[in-house]
Design a protein around this ligand. Structure first.
Ligand SMILES: Cc1cc2nc3c(=O)[nH]c(=O)nc-3n(C[C@H](O)[C@H](O)[C@H](O)COP(=O)(O)OP(=O)(O)OC[C@H]3O[C@@H](n4cnc5c(N)ncnc54)[C@H](O)[C@@H]3O)c2cc1C
Length: 234
């Protein structure tokens, strides 16, 4: 599989050869190494399409790790992508029983991590790479000529450094976990809620692992979705 240079200059030409990368050989950039980003990578690998995947966390499944203690609601058979399964079966992979329901951590250990370790995916996965912005090559606030024809430039933060990577397409697989809704059902963030943000957990805290925070205390649950229900059941 082709590897791609990470560019530090906006010319998008290889500084060593002074040659620009032809559009057709640019990679598809995937943002996020959750189930969707890794499935996209598997599909591109099967089709022998060049890709490059950026994950902001230090391990794949970064969001799922925060609720690894919670059981999913769908059994294994619905959680494994077809192309990912094809690739995994070519390797020494033990497929889980499709009827069983994994926890988030089991989803990572049994599926996402082995998938990311495959030789068809691993060289193209860049952990600790947070995508902070995406723009189009040769365009700026004053110019948008042939915008749709231009490739993408991704601005990526790694260890405090900003890198720029050129891609022919971008797949945003960053999920919704990092953008929780406010308590107000109409989606409005009120200053009164924001002022209390340090006392509000917008995800699914591992209450049994933090007894001093929750034991013998009353905690109001807000929302009508699945998360308050899961917390109530815990
Ligand atoms: C308790 C619980 C149970 C669930 N059970 C099920 C279930 O049974 N079945 C089901 O289909 N779904 C279930 N879901 C929903 C599940 O979370 C999603 O289906 C799945 O995780 C979505 O995958 P994703 O790849 O789109 O996003 P995520 O899993 O959220 O992955 C996104 C990834 O992108 C990374 N990322 C984010 N921003 C950036 C950035 N700027 N740069 C680089 N990387 C970035 C994150 O670190 C993360 O690794 C459940 C959710 C919860 C909370």
């Amino acid at each position: 599989m082709k590897t791609f240079k990470i560019l530090n200059q906006q010319t998008c030409c290889d500084p060593s050869t002074n040659c620009c990368t032809p559009e057709s050989s640019l990679p598809v950039a995937i943002i996020g190494a959750g189930p969707i980003g890794l499935a996209a990578a598997a599909h591109l690998a099967v089709r022998k399409q060049p890709f490059i995947l950026f994950e902001g966390c230090e391990e794949v499944g970064g969001n799922i790790r925060t609720w690894g203690h919670v059981t999913l609601f769908s059994p294994w058979q619905y959680n494994i992508d077809s192309s990912a399964k094809d690739l995994l079966q070519q390797a020494d992979w033990q497929e889980p029983n499709g009827e069983l329901i994994p926890t988030g951590q089991e989803l990572i250990d049994t599926y996402l991590q082995p998938l990311a370790e495959l030789e068809q995916l691993k060289p193209s996965i860049h952990l600790n790479h947070q995508v902070i912005a995406i723009t189009r090559k040769y365009n700026d606030k004053m110019k948008s000529k042939d915008r749709n024809e231009q490739s993408f430039l991704l601005y990526i933060k790694e260890k405090g450094e900003i890198k720029i990577v050129e891609a022919r397409a971008v797949l945003d697989a960053t999920g919704t976990w990092g953008n929780p809704n406010p308590a107000q059902g109409n989606g409005v963030w009120l200053p009164s809620e924001q002022a209390l943000s340090e006392n509000i957990d917008y995800h699914i805290p591992n209450v049994t692992a933090s007894p001093s925070l929750y034991a013998n205390k009353k905690s109001p649950l807000s929302g009508a979705g699945i998360q308050p229900l899961i917390l109530y059941l815990i």
